[in-house]
Design a protein around this ligand. Structure first.
Ligand code: BG6
Length: 511
């Protein structure tokens, strides 16, 4: 099989540049994100020669620990969480560059100590004062850490060096708090130093949406309301809330998945072609289309949005408990673990084309896909035959798992009688690209080290996302659900979600 190069070629990362020499400072270094995702992603970058030689990592958290213990802990954890077998030789690179500092995120003394540590590291490792700060901490610390970093002049870009901060999700818990956080951050650092991360944008299949749409001639001319009937986006998970009950109780499926991951998929699917791959050109278009989504009126929420919570059920033949019996969950909880909605995009391209979105925990299968359903052709030609109706052609972007793209259409079933059957053309990543398994954070971390924010959310993009979600949050808060739990674990969600499409004469691809 040929191995074409699928990535855009306009940024430095796509040219295979290693990141700029820098120190990577992780706040929350003893937490889950560091061991499960950040270190394995950094390891993969190094294995692909994409980390600079002049590089160091400083872990900061409130746990008392020596640098030696930190190195040992990460050295053990990487064996468990790396996506490939860990080579001692490659790990040695990190062993020589890892240090740790215990400190209270709210105490200015922590940042003074960090500053002097960083100065020492700059001298020892030859890093030129470029610092990347990663907030792998509870969201309540995001603003505080940025403020403290600025107070200690750690975010000041002078003498040609850069200072960048990656902010994890969730970015706010509604429009007001997201904007307050944006203002708090903007008072301390510039927008071009602020990297709001959404790990969905690190997935190759998500990055491929733009490549597929704008790097090919045949679909884009059909990508509008003349030819597309509707779009379905499904982000289904089989996992429950696991150990995250406390977080999830305060968050729910709507906040957890929609303003970030799902709207990122909507914007990439629906955006206009940008003028270039320049980060601002791309982010302008993504934001523009989010702004064109019609916010739901309070009275429309019950009709256009559906919430659900899983009860007990069966997954892979095994019984699983309902949400209300998960650890750290209130037995009378009204938190939603499922959400479906119908959105309208008020612009020329999409007027009249509904976007149906759904996401949930403990669903029948783990599956993220974008299904473009084309309008059916007129059946006139076939009226003399046994063909009763013509199916809608479907283009499916399989985001995960079984990454690929498939197209379903009708073909004549061989034989003397005219009958049609549904067939598929399908592309699978595995058949073409034998890329090494990745965590999904690699591109994002590298882009940040190279100063390319295209895959990160801008302040106005975050604002546009919350504007879509906020009316639903408000309406649901005003009228708590009375029918929870309303779907069984291992199913495709509540009946009301099926009705959402049924009312429009449509159905979910999987139900
Ligand atoms: C996270 C959510 O952002 O994304 C989780 O907080 C969710 O609840 C996860 O499970 C899904 O990510 P992925 O990459 O597994 O689809």
């Amino acid at each position: 099989m040929p191995t074409p190069e699928p990535k855009n070629v306009s940024n430095k990362a796509a040219h295979g540049h290693a990141g700029d020499p820098c120190v990577f400072v992780i706040f929350g270094a003893t937490g889950d994100l560091t061991k499960r995702l950040l270190m394995p992603a950094l390891y993969n970058l190094h294995a692909n020669k994409l980390l600079p030689d002049k590089f160091a990592i400083v872990g900061v958290s409130n746990v008392q620990m020596s640098s030696e213990d930190f190195r040992k802990q990460l050295g053990d954890q990487i064996k468990q969480f790396a996506t490939t077998k860990v080579s001692d030789e490659l790990w040695k690179f990190f062993d020589q560059r890892l240090s740790y500092m215990a400190g209270d995120f709210k105490d200015p003394a922590t940042y003074q100590q960090l500053k002097s540590e960083l100065e020492k590291i700059d001298k020892a490792q030859g890093t030129p004062g470029n610092y990347l700060f990663y907030t792998a901490v509870s969201p309540s610390f995001f603003g505080e850490i940025v403020k403290q970093l600025a107070g200690a002049e750690l975010t000041k870009e002078t003498d040609g060096h850069w200072r960048r901060v990656i902010i994890e999700k969730p970015f706010g818990h509604d429009l007001e708090s997201a904007n307050a956080l944006n203002s708090e951050i903007a008072a301390c650092i510039h927008e071009n130093q602020t990297y709001r991360i959404d790990h969905y944008l690190g997935k190759e299949t998500v990055q491929n949406i733009m490549a597929f749409r704008f790097g090919n001639g045949f679909f884009e001319p059909l990508w509008n309301n003349s030819y597309i009937d509707h779009v379905q986006i499904t982000v289904a998970e089989t996992v429950g809330v696991e150990e995250r009950g406390a977080f999830y109780e305060a968050t729910g499926a709507l906040r957890d998945m929609v303003p970030n991951h799902i709207l990122a998929l909507v914007s990439l699917t629906a955006m206009e072609p940008p003028n270039s791959f320049d980060s601002e050109a791309v982010r302008d278009e993504k934001t523009k289309v989010l702004r064109a989504i019609r916010p739901l009126k309070a009275e429309d929420v019950p009709k256009w949005a559906v919430r659900g919570q899983y009860g007990p059920g069966t997954l892979d033949g095994k019984p699983v408990v309902g949400y209300r019996t998960e650890p750290h969950v209130d037995p009378k909880s009204n938190t939603e673990t499922y959400v479906a909605m119908k959105l309208a995009i008020d612009n020329w391209r999409w007027s009249g084309v509904p976007f149906y979105l759904r996401t949930g925990k403990r669903m029948a299968a783990r599956l993220t896909e974008i299904a473009i359903k084309f309008k059916a052709p007129p059946a006139l030609l076939f009226r003399q035959t046994g063909v009763k109706h013509l199916e809608q052609n479907e283009l499916i972007l399989h985001i995960q798992p079984n990454e690929g793209i498939s197209l379903s259409f009708s073909a004549k079933i061989p034989g003397p009688v005219v009958t049609l059957g549904g067939v598929d053309m399908s592309f699978k990543y595995d058949d073409y690209f034998h890329s090494a398994p990745a965590v999904g954070y690699e591109t994002l971390l590298l882009d940040c080290m190279l100063g390319d924010p295209a895959l990160f959310q801008r302040a106005d993009t975050v604002d546009a996302g919350w504007r879509v979600v906020d009316p639903i949050l408000d309406a649901w808060k005003a009228t708590p659900a009375t029918d929870f739990p309303n779907y069984g674990a291992g199913s495709w969600g509540p009946a009301a979600a099926a009705d959402l499409l049924k009312r429009d004469g449509r159905k979910w691809r999987m139900n």
